[in-house]
Design a protein. Structure first.
Length: 116
């Protein structure tokens, strides 16, 4: 996910699921840079409203404990369609790790695992 990592460049976004820069695969097992682009829902789809509260910061509960803050379009995509992503980037571990009910993250200030 697009993280506020000190000294790191913000990754690109796309609404095209066929964009060759969009990486899909299993969670990382070693530190890796963020991907060149991340898939998000279109502005029009996100403008339809959210089914979950808008949140942009999550904690790596089952890992390093770091807080990561994602960019607005990705946070809105989570709020509109909570199951859109299978993993998110941890700014502490520098890895994409699983999200969801059995994932490794909770939204900051909650115990909720429905998103990251």
């Amino acid at each position: 996910m697009v993280c506020r990592v000190p000294g790191a460049a913000v990754s690109g976004l796309t609404t095209d699921p066929n964009d060759p820069d969009v990486v899909r695969g299993p969670p990382d097992t070693t530190a890796t840079p963020q991907h060149a682009k991340y898939l998000v829902l279109s502005d029009e789809e996100r403008a339809k409203g959210f089914v979950r509260p808008y949140r942009d910061t999550y904690v790596h509960l089952k890992g390093c404990g770091a807080k990561t803050t994602m960019g607005r379009a990705i946070a809105e995509t989570y709020a509109r369609e909570p199951g859109f992503y299978g993993a998110t980037y941890c700014a502490g571990c520098l890895m994409h790790r699983p999200v969801g009910a059995d994932g490794e993250f909770v939204w900051d200030g909650t115990t909720e695992r429905g998103g990251p």
